[in-house]
Design a protein around this ligand. Structure first.
Ligand SMILES: Cc1cc2nc3c(=O)[nH]c(=O)nc-3n(C[C@H](O)[C@H](O)[C@H](O)COP(=O)(O)O)c2cc1C
Length: 169
């Protein structure tokens, strides 16, 4: 059974709830290790081959503090041979120009150091104006808007987990 590191902030309320659901869905076929980004160190980013990273957007298009704090220690690492999937919460109504920007910032960080991005998704059904999470008409991961589209979350999550299972296989 393959192991997936599921890394999120246990204090980021809405993201943590989504992470628990992802863990439940993936546990049927994988060993999922939940890791709190606020207490882990850079070693964690060398140990696994499969990562799912949670990154809500804060501060008008910025990373949350806990990602900002750990990234400098990861700058010299190389991630080739590793898969990275991202999910990010945001609010496209109040932040239409920075919708889930942090997901794009984080994905680019890992991609530019050799990591392979899996779990890219379509923009269909969203109504934002611009987003750093967007590249070549696809989102770099799963974008969820619990403020305005909470009722779409379950279906989006299920579809995304199915996609990950295919890409990890
Ligand atoms: C001060 C503040 C700034 C925010 N900035 C953004 C933003 O730039 N882009 C975005 O998509 N969402 C933004 N959001 C919305 C949050 O990402 C959203 O509420 C998310 O669900 C928070 O998830 P969490 O509870 O896991 O931290 C912001 C929210 C607040 C309160």
């Amino acid at each position: 059974m393959k192991t997936i590191a599921l890394i999120y902030s246990h204090n980021s309320g809405k993201s943590a709830k989504v992470a628990v659901k992802i863990q439940e869905l993936l546990s049927k076929h994988y060993k999922v290790e939940e890791i709190n980004i606020e207490t882990c160190n850079f070693d964690v980013f060398q140990l696994y081959d499969q990562y799912i990273l949670s990154v809500p957007t804060w501060f008008d298009g910025e990373l949350p503090n806990y990602w900002d704090e750990i990234l400098p220690s990861l700058r010299k690492l190389e991630f080739s041979g590793k898969n990275f999937a991202f999910f990010g919460l945001g609010d496209q109504k109040n932040y239409p120009e920075n919708f889930c920007d942090a997901l794009g910032i984080l994905a680019l960080f890992f991609e530019s150091r050799g990591g392979k991005i899996i779990g890219k998704t379509s923009t269909e059904g969203y109504f934002f104006e611009s987003s750093k999470a967007l590249k070549n008409n696809l989102f770099y991961g799963l974008l969820l808007d619990q403020e305005n589209q909470a009722r779409l979350t379950e279906e989006r999550l299920n579809n995304w987990v199915e996609l990950l299972e295919k890409e990890i296989a």
